[in-house]
Design a protein around this ligand. Structure first.
Ligand SMILES: [Zn+2]
Length: 115
């Protein structure tokens, strides 16, 4: 399945391939403020439709995840990083996907605050 996603104003647009079997809700300082529900996919399954220089980027803590956001509306549609094996991964905020029934996605709670 291919999903379309975007920030609120539409400046940051992307497509992502895969099945949303579950999402993660993290209680760390940034995720709890964003309220994102994250779905992890290999980076290759995410295709950005927006030029990289038009997407904001910030890092914190260990600086392994690039949190991407829209400089206009402030929404965080996804992050980019790597798993423990060093594979490039993307963390998609499924709240930014079109045509998805959020209530049907099982949510795992992750204690990121304790890392
Ligand atoms: Zn925007």
């Amino acid at each position: 399945m291919k999903y379309k996603g975007s920030c609120h104003c539409g400046k940051v647009r992307f497509e992502v391939e895969g099945e949303v079997n579950e999402a993660m809700s993290c209680n760390c300082s940034i995720c709890s403020r964003k309220g994102a529900l994250l779905w992890f996919v290999p980076r290759g399954q995410l295709e950005s439709l927006t030029p990289d220089e038009d997407i904001g980027s910030d890092t914190f803590n260990k600086h392994v995840i690039k949190h991407r956001f829209c400089p206009t509306c402030g929404v965080h549609p996804y992050g980019e990083g790597a798993d423990r094996q060093g594979n490039a991964m993307a963390a998609i905020n499924i709240r930014c996907l079109e045509g998805i029934d959020l209530a049907s996605v099982p949510v795992q709670h992750f204690d990121g605050r304790s890392l």
